[in-house]
Design a binder for this molecule. Structure first.
Ligand code: ASP
Ligand code: MG
Length: 486
């Protein structure tokens, strides 16, 4: 099928029937979860959609593989193999609960073959006592290789024609092990070669997220949490109609339901808004990873595999206009404010650079900055390097720092069209001591720093003011029960 792409990049005739469905670690954590996943995929087929499935490793497996690799790298062969034995037992036990008969025999043989290769690899690493980034990627790739085989086999059992595809044949990357960059052109070609014929033949391809390979066929990974990225690359490369990220939350919420039980699901949000929220603490997904989808105007849905009836959140390039100025309130705790009072003139040439160079040297990321004529205040994630950073800054300034601070961030594209928003925000929290304020250059977020112990109350007050009468086009009208909203 040919695809018309106009010069602005918008897709006219993609493949609206293809839906890329990504299931995270908790959606494949055990046999029950894998069966739920199969049922969700079957539901999409009933709607005449053609799913392509991307899965993460079973929950916690990636961490355990990394621990095994690290143990082997420290010459702890027995420790590494012990971890691999546990993983083998868990995967085989799960397989036994998923399927039976001849199919189970075939799957178990495949799993044993993979685990034998993993054991050999770990022994090899332990023998040299050296773990390179390249070998680390190879070890950690087993998580997705195993889970994708199991999910594909389980699909067969539930009437879906699941076909396992090794993601490393499709996701072509550079050789930056641990955080490889995809080659989108090469990926598109490989998807057309390996995935499209299966889809056209009515099968359901299943591939592992997170893993890829370079031009030479050597295994790479896209970085932690990289399965979302895989889903976006697959969706983008196939010009799919939609991408679904299945996780264990009901989508993006108006705020953290653990703080505000009345928090509402946000039905639709723009890519930019979702990006701001992710940065400031909402953990649903990292929007940079869905860029390949957004660039082709493919909507991305965040859905809950433990509550499949829930409609989730749609993330799209342009969100519809909303009556409320904000879509969501995020809070990030455990921050430290650093006040730097210049001992020579702050704005003199090169001064700010010398301050930021110190943070750069210690690889310390800065969240928020504000300056006056004589001082700079900035905030950082609590960082063990802080005493060293402050000692070094002490050579060029008077420095004080104070921990246990929190950042509250209100996000919404409709801030732009509203007057008096800041007034409403700060009168809602007039009883709270506000330390720093910033309205981002993106004009879609308003953030301020307060003491950590004031966060709950501030977020509750703001939620009461801004979501008392939410726009029902954009938000749920009633809160989702807290039990399934966490
Ligand atoms: N399994 C990988 C991780 O835990 C990738 C993913 O799940 O997105 O980081
Ligand atoms: Mg994830």
């Amino acid at each position: 099928m040919s695809v018309d792409v106009d010069i602005s990049g918008a897709v006219h005739t993609g493949r609206p029937h293809i839906v890329v469905m990504k299931f995270g670690g908790t959606s494949v954590e055990d046999a029950a979860a894998m069966k739920r996943t199969a049922a969700i995929v079957a539901g999409r087929r009933e709607r005449k959609l053609k799913p392509v499935v991307v899965v993460s490793a079973m929950a916690k497996v990636t961490d355990q593989l990394l621990a095994a690799a690290a143990a082997a790298g420290n010459n702890d062969r027995a420790g590494a193999i012990a971890l691999a034995v546990k993983l083998r037992e868990r995967h085989l036990a799960t397989a036994g609960q998923l399927i039976t008969g001849e199919r189970l025999m075939q799957l178990a043989a495949k799993l044993h073959q993979e685990f034998d290769a993993l054991d050999d690899l770990l022994r090899g690493i332990a023998a040299v006592g050296e773990l390179t980034p390249r070998t680390n990627d190879l070890v950690v790739s087993f998580g997705e290789r195993l889970s994708s085989r199991m999910v594909a086999a389980c699909f067969h059992e539930y009437g879906l024609e699941g076909v396992h595809v090794d993601a490393r044949h499709c996701i072509i990357t550079d050789s930056n092990y641990g955080k490889a960059a995809p080659n989108e052109e090469a990926i598109e070609a490989k998807l057309h070669e390996h995935i499209l014929p299966l889809v056209n033949a009515g099968k359901t391809p299943v591939l592992g997220g997170f893993i890829g390979s370079n031009d030479a066929g050597i295994t790479t990974t896209l970085g932690r949490g990289g399965s979302d990225y895989t889903a976006a690359l697959v969706g983008g490369g196939l010009y799919a109609g939609a991408i679904e990220i299945w996780t264990d939350v009901n989508g993006i919420m108006t705020t953290d339901p653990r703080i505000v039980p009345e928090a509402l699901r946000v039905k639709t949000i723009s890519f930019e808004e979702a990006a701001e929220l992710a940065y400031f603490g909402a953990k649903v997904l990292h929007p940079a990873t869905i860029l390949p989808a957004v660039q082709k105007s493919i909507p991305v849905w965040v859905l809950n595999s433990k509550n499949a009836a829930n409609e989730g959140t749609k993330i799209e390039a342009m969100a519809p206009h909303c009556r409320s100025p904000f879509k969501s309130i995020a809070a990030k705790k455990r921050l430290t404010i650093i006040d730097i009072v210049a001992s020579r003139m702050l704005m003199s040439h090169g001064y700010l650079k010398s301050v930021f160079d110190v943070f750069d040297k210690y690889k310390c990321a800065i969240d928020m900055v504000s300056t006056s004529e004589v001082s700079i205040s900035l905030t950082v994630d609590s960082n063990e390097q802080l005493p060293a950073i402050c000692a070094e800054l002490g050579k060029i300034a008077d420095v004080k720092y104070e921990g246990r601070k929190a950042l509250v961030c209100l996000v919404g594209e409709d801030i732009r069209g509203h007057n008096g928003i800041a007034g409403r925000v700060f009168s809602a929290i007039s009883h709270v001591n506000v330390r720093m304020i910033s309205q981002g250059a993106s004009e879609i977020n308003m953030s301020f720093m307060i003491d950590e112990e004031d966060v709950e109350e501030a977020v509750r007050s703001l939620h009461r003011v801004f979501f008392a009468e939410p726009d029902e086009n954009v938000f749920d009208v009633v809160a989702t029960p807290a039990a399934s909203a966490v």
